[in-house]
Design a protein around this ligand. Structure first.
Ligand SMILES: [Zn+2]
Length: 482
C-alpha cells in the first residue's frame, strides 16, 4: 500500500518537473527566523581566505549579510562564534540508505538526520528508489530535517544480481533507451551505471541520455573502457577504469581491480603490472574529458586495502547505529575477501591504496575537481561519519586542506550547476552552514569538531545534535524487531 502511494506521488512530482508544489503536510523545517553568528571566523570557500571577527546574518534560510559591524537585527537568535569557524555545509557525493532495501522506509528520515548531524547539508543518493524522490521533495519543502537531496536513477546493469538488486536490467540497446527514458520521466537527476555494461548498451545509454538531457555517472565497465568514457564525458565513480589504463599493452591483459573484478584474486596479479609513469598523461586526458571525479578513497581503502578489524569497527561512533543483523550481513563479504583463499596479500593491497592515492592527486594537480564521496553505509562505514574519513583520506593522498574542503563544498555545488545557490558562504546563498570548534585549514580532522549545523536556515547546536543521535540509535538497533 505504502509503495503504491509513493508511486502515485512520484508521478505527480515527475509531471511537475523539478518545481515541487508544497506538499500538503506540515513544514516544521521550512526556513524562517533570523540568526546572527557573532565574532566568527568565516572560511567562505569563494577563494582561499579566512574572514576574521565577522557577524553573519541569516534570514529565512538565506545568508543576508557578512559584516564587521556588531549591530544585530531585531529579534535575531545570537550564536556566539568566538574562536570558531563557519564554513559552507558539507556535501557527500556518494551515499545510499539502509532503507533503500532492508530498513523500514520509516527510518529513512533518521538516516538523513545522521548525515545532518555530521554537517552534511547536501547529499547525492547513488542508487535510486522512488522513495528518494519523495524524500527529495519533502526535504525541499521543509517537511523533514534533511540534507538537500540529489537522486541518481536505479542502477543500470547488464544483468540483475543479488537479492537486493534495485535497478534496470540493460542487456541490449532497446532496454538501454527505454530505461533512460523511464528514469528521466520518473524525475531522477542522473543515470547511474554499475556493472556488466556492454559497449552497445553504453553507447545507447549515452545517446539517449543526451537526447533527454540527463547526465550519466557511475562505474566504468572493462567492456567499455576508460578511453570511450573519456569521449563521452561521463562522470566516473571510484576511479573505475584507471588501473586498467595503467596496464602495459604488451602484457596482453586488460582487466584490473575496478568494479566487481576486485573480488577475483587472480585479477589482483595485475597490480604488479601497473605502470605508474602513465598516471600524469591519464590524469590530463581525464580532466579534459570531465574534471569531476569521486574517488571514494576511504571505502575502498578500508574494504580492500588496509582492512578493518572487529575492534576498530566496534570503537567507531557509527557502531551504535548498526543492528546485529546488518553487522552479520556485512561481515559476510568482509570475511570472504579477507579469507586465506582470496586475500591478495599485503604487498598488492598496499600498492592498490598507493596508486589510488596517486591517481587522485594527479587528477587534482591536472586541474581536476575532486568530489568527496563516502559510499556510506557500505561495510560498517556510515553516512556522515565516513564523509569526514574521506576528507582525511584525500588529505593523506596529498591534497591541501583547502583543496580537501573544496571537494565537499564548492566543487560539488559547481558539479550540480548550483554554485549560485550553495557551496560557499556568501550573501544570497542558502544558509547551509557548519560551525567548527577549530580551524580545518590547520588540520583537516577538525571538520569533525562540530559546534553546530545549519541546514536550510534551521539551526542545530551540538547538544541538540547529540540528543537527536541518542534518540535514533535505539531505533536502528531494534529496526528488525517485530
Ligand atoms: Zn555506492
Amino acid at each position: 500500500m505504502k509503495k503504491l502511494l509513493f508511486l502515485i506521488l512520484f508521478k505527480i512530482v515527475a509531471l511537475s518537473g523539478h518545481v515541487y508544489p508544497a506538499p500538503a503536510g506540515v513544514s516544521p523545517f521550512a526556513s524562517n527566523g533570523t540568526y546572527a553568528f557573532t565574532n566568527v571566523s568565516v572560511i567562505p570557500m569563494d577563494r582561499k581566505r579566512i574572514l576574521r571577527n565577522r557577524t553573519v546574518i541569516v534570514r529565512d534560510g538565506v545568508i543576508t549579510k557578512i559584516t564587521k559591524s556588531k549591530k544585530m537585527p531585531k529579534g535575531a537568535i545570537v550564536i556566539d562564534g568566538t574562536g570558531k569557524y563557519l564554513l559552507p555545509g558539507f556535501i557527500d557525493m556518494h551515499t545510499h540508505l539502509f532503507s533503500d532495501y532492508e530498513f523500514p522506509d520509516s527510518l529513512a528520515e533518521d538516516e538523513l538526520k545522521i548525515m545532518v548531524a555530521n554537517g552534511v547539508t547536501t547529499t547525492r543518493l547513488m542508487i535510486g528508489v522512488p522513495e528518494h524522490l519523495e524524500l527529495r521533495a519533502r526535504s525541499a519543502a521543509g517537511e523533514i530535517l534533511a540534507p538537500t537531496i540529489y537522486a541518481a536513477s536505479p542502477q543500470f546493469a547488464g544483468r540483475s544480481f543479488g537479492d537486493i538488486y534495485n535497478g534496470y536490467v540493460v542487456a541490449n540497446e532497446k532496454q538501454a533507451r527505454e530505461s533512460v527514458r523511464k528514469a528521466k520521466a520518473a524525475g531522477y537527476d542522473f543515470i547511474k551505471l554499475t556493472f556488466w555494461i556492454s559497449r552497445t548498451v553504453y553507447d545507447a545509454v549515452i545517446d539517449e541520455a543526451g537526447k533527454n538531457n540527463i547526465r550519466v555517472i557511475g562505474h566504468v565497465d572493462a567492456q567499455v573502457g576508460i578511453d570511450r568514457v573519456f569521449e563521452t564525458g561521463q562522470q566516473i565513480e571510484h576511479l573505475d577504469g584507471y588501473f586498467e589504463a595503467l596496464i602495459p599493452k604488451s602484457s596482453g591483459s586488460k582487466i584490473s581491480t575496478s568494479g566487481v573484478n576486485v573480488w577475483n584474486p587472480k585479477v589482483w596479479e595485475s597490480i604488479d603490472l601497473l605502470d605508474e609513469t602513465k598516471i600524469p598523461e591519464l590524469a590530463e586526458k581525464s580532466v579534459k574529458a570531465n574534471p569531476y571525479s569521486v574517488p571514494t578513497l576511504t571505502f575502498l581503502k578500508l574494504a580492500f586495502g588496509v582492512g578493518q578489524t572487529d575492534r576498530e569497527i566496534a570503537s567507531r561512533p557509527d557502531y551504535r547505529f548498526l543492528p546485529k543483523r546488518i553487522r552479520d550481513e556485512m561481515a559476510g563479504p568482509r570475511n570472504a575477501f579477507w579469507s586465506k583463499a582470496r586475500n591478495p596479500g599485503e604487498k598488492r593491497r598496499m600498492r592498490y591504496v598507493e596508486l589510488r592515492n596517486k591517481i587522485t592527486k594527479a587528477l587534482h594537480d591536472a586541474g581536476g575537481k575532486i568530489l568527496a564521496g563516502s559510499d556510506a553505509p557500505e561495510w560498517f562505514l556510515l553516512y556522515g561519519f565516513t564523509l569526514h574519513r574521506e576528507l582525511e583520506s584525500l588529505s593523506q593522498a596529498g591534497l591541501s586542506n583547502y583543496a580537501v574542503l573544496e571537494s565537499t563544498t564548492r566543487n560539488p555545488a559547481e558539479f550540480f550547476g548550483a554554485i549560485d545557490k550553495f557551496g560557499t558562504v556568501e550573501k544570497g546563498k542558502r544558509a547551509d552552514l557548519v560551525l567548527l570548534e577549530s580551524n580545518p585549514l590547520a588540520n583537516i580532522a577538525n571538520t569533525k569538531k562540530i559546534a553546530g549545523v545549519m541546514v536550510k536556515g534551521n539551526w542545530l547546536p551540538k547538544d541538540e545534535i547529540d540528543k537527536m543521535l541518542d534518540e535514533i540509535a535505539p531505533k536502528f538497533q531494534t529496526a528488525f524487531d517485530k
